[in-house]
Write a protein that binds this ligand. Structure first.
Ligand SMILES: Cc1cc2nc3c(=O)[nH]c(=O)nc-3n(C[C@H](O)[C@H](O)[C@H](O)COP(=O)(O)O)c2cc1C
Length: 154
């Protein structure tokens, strides 16, 4: 097997938390994409990173200084995760009534909402590493996070 095959199978053994990154583009249109690559960086300053594929529709809207929200999903939000990771369901992504799109779009019933400003964009081959400076964070008291392992929700 190739290095890529072995690497893919090794990474499938990680347990990922599933989030949706949401934002608005410069025309005010809302965008959302399912992501598992969210990692906190530091508390000083509060910051996180997320890796975004350059082929995704949201990619070019993530400009330095622009705002976005990381919505950590609950176990009962698997369907929304599927919608936000299906290129054929782009038009359905904001049908859920729990979205608040007044300003930076966020999911009102997520496990957590982490509001960020893009601080740095680093290109790495197929992906861009987006560093977000955290401006606000909210969370639900009950912990029931949607997880993904070996290509399946758990
Ligand atoms: C559980 C899960 C995690 C994902 N994580 C990422 C990620 O971290 N970064 C990324 O660019 N795409 C990730 N994807 C793939 C995108 O969600 C998917 O390619 C999406 O359709 C791209 O957005 P678009 O359809 O608007 O172009 C993930 C998909 C799933 C199901």
């Amino acid at each position: 097997m190739s290095i890529q095959d072995n690497f893919r199978l090794a990474m499938r053994r990680y347990i990922y938390s599933v989030s949706i990154l949401s934002n608005k583009d410069e025309e005010g249109n809302s965008n959302a994409i399912t992501v598992s690559s969210v990692t906190s960086i530091s508390m000083e300053p509060p910051s996180l990173l997320v890796c975004i594929n350059k082929n995704s529709r949201i990619h070019d809207t993530l400009k330095e200084g622009s705002k976005f929200c990381i919505n950590l999903l609950s176990k009962d939000q698997e369907e929304l995760s599927n919608i936000c990771s299906d290129e054929n369901k782009y038009d359905e992504r904001f049908n859920d009534n729990n979205w608040n799109t007044d300003k930076i779009p966020f999911l009102g019933n997520a496990q957590a909402n982490i509001f960020c400003k893009v601080d740095k964009l680093t290109s790495y081959h197929t992906h861009t590493i987006v560093v977000g400076m955290v401006e606000d964070a909210t969370y639900s008291d009950e912990i029931s996070t949607l997880t993904y392992v070996d290509g399946e929700y758990k």
